[in-house]
Design a protein around this ligand. Structure first.
Ligand code: GLN
Length: 486
């Protein structure tokens, strides 16, 4: 047992640490060894903070010895490289921030530190979280641990791959249009995007501020609840974080789901859905029904506009947020003969192709004369999408859908065609547009041996019921116990 501590979940490891049967130092050393041995094939870490992790593990050991352990004391985590970490390089997967060392911690990082977590390092992502495959990282793609010729999903692909391959115990990612749920689905782990406003975004490098949320990627549902317990709640540094009491997200795990109404929107089960995904999702719905849940048909009629709306809102906000990378305050600076040339050279050199494409699209959508036609129009349709969810949640407690229309695709397959890449988010972006929470939970495998996930979405601040239902499915199935073999 003690030679594979890295394969444990938080829930399995925490009691062993608390009883001092294993030491945080031992777990951390095992993980460092495993990362060194294995991550060359996956490229999930951008920065491994071996020295820092050792210091934190020692401190955690001392804390436990004094009987002062908190819920995550000694638990090694990996952080998506979009979360700023004091004194530890934070790149956002971009050349423009290649050598950026933040002077402060994101609120979620500070909260995890307080809870005793050990940070192993920072994990790979699509540049500025723009992408669905982690191929847009300036530091090379991450590979899917289930098959290294395939993408791990994105943009939190490093988080999902590191969790699936046991290169950390759990991870935090960010989700603007599916970036936690879709990679979790493709790597066979659990991913939770909380309600907009549930978790502070302070210190999350902004992509699209009205859509971004931080959330956990974990080996099991209970761990997602544990991490959410630590990171949720109001933060005076983020005015969009909601001042609403944080329930104990563990409380409803194991409670039966008899009578729970699960809405099944027909708009998510149409053309283009891979047959393996369709049958795994149907099987999961049957399992939930077998546990006493009641399936009801619901309609989310504006779903067909979601991708178009998202790619106006997200790129418009991104173009504004990314204006700060100008070579003056921080990050890369390329020289030019005058200020404008310096700006141009810095941004041309520092940003990758997809980021540049989105900045141009977003700048266009916001420009005088076009704002009404694009951003305002998209915001109006966004309100209709939100209205769809409001109506659906009058008829059901949660909505169940596939996470992604297909299992993971091959590395390189969609790089030449941004539109097909954008379409792979078709089932996840609505939750961000509506601000509602969503979870991805493993529900099967494709014929080719790649993981498939079920998405459950809930009403605003409905994380408890999502976790309850996801836990019920997990406990009734064996999918989460499977590990990729090397
Ligand atoms: N794939 C989507 C995009 O490229 C979503 C990314 C995300 O959630 N950060 O914008």
């Amino acid at each position: 047992m003690t030679d594979s501590l890295y394969s444990l979940s938080i829930s399995e490891l925490a009691p062993l640490l608390a009883r001092r049967e294993v030491s945080p130092v031992e777990v951390t050393e095992q993980l460092l060894e495993r990362i060194a041995a294995v991550d060359g094939q996956l490229n999930s870490y951008l920065t491994v903070d071996a020295d820092g992790a050792r210091v934190q593990a020692k401190a955690a050991e001392a804390r436990i010895a004094k009987g002062e352990g908190a819920p995550l004391t000694g638990i090694p985590l990996a952080l998506k490289d979009v979360l700023v970490t004091k004194g530890l390089r934070t790149t956002c997967g971009s050349r423009i921030l290649e050598n950026f060392v933040p002077p402060f911690d994101a609120t979620v990082c500070a909260r995890l530190r307080e809870a005793g977590a050990v940070f192993m390092g920072k994990v790979n992502m699509d540049e500025f979280a723009m992408g669905s495959s982690t191929e847009n990282s300036a530091f090379g793609p991450t590979h899917n641990p289930w098959n290294r010729d395939y993408i791990p999903g994105g943009s939190s692909g490093g988080s999902a791959a590191a969790v699936a391959a046991d290169l950390c115990i759990a991870s935090l990612g960010s989700d603007t249009g599916g970036s936690i749920r879709q990679p979790a689905c493709h790597c066979g782990v659990v991913g939770l995007k909380p309600t907009y406003g549930r978790v502070s975004r302070y210190g999350l490098v902004a992509y699209a501020s009205s859509l971004d949320q931080i959330g956990p990627l974990t080996k099991e549902v209970r761990d997602a609840a544990l991490l959410l317990n630590c990171i949720a709640g109001h933060d005076r540094r983020d005015s969009t974080s909601v001042d609403q009491a944080v329930p104990d997200y563990l409380a409803r795990l194991g409670r039966e789901i008899k009578g729970l109404k699960i809405g099944v929107p027909q708009e998510y089960f149409g053309e283009g859905l891979d047959p393996d995904v369709a049958s795994a999702v149907q099987a999961a719905l049957k399992t939930l029904e077998g546990l006493g849940a009641v399936l009801v048909e619901v309609s989310l009629p504006h779903t067909e506009y979601a991708v178009a709306v998202y790619y106006v809102v997200a790129v418009a906000e991104a173009s504004s947020n990314l204006a700060r990378y100008d070579g003056v305050k921080y990050g890369l600076r390329a020289e030019g003969r005058n200020l404008l040339e310096m700006y141009g050279a810095t941004r041309t050199k520092g940003f990758g192709a997809e980021v540049r494409r989105r900045i141009m699209l977003g700048t266009y959508a916001l420009s005088a004369g076009y704002y009404d036609a694009y951003y305002r129009k998209a915001s109006q349709v966004r309100a209709l999408i939100r209205g769809d969810f409001d109506r659906a949640f009058k008829e059901c407690d949660v909505v169940a859908t596939p996470v992604s229309p297909t299992p993971a695709f091959r590395l390189g397959e969609k790089m030449a065609d941004p539109l097909t890449m954008y379409l792979s988010d078709i089932f996840t972006i609505s939750a961000n547009l509506a601000g509602v929470p969503g979870i991805s939970v493993p529900c099967g495998f494709s014929g080719g041996g790649l993981p498939i996930g079920l998405q459950l979405m809930g009403p605003p601040f409905g994380e408890e019921v999502l976790l309850q239902a996801a836990y019920a499915l997990e406990q009734a199935t064996e999918w989460h116990r499977r590990k990729p073999v090397w």
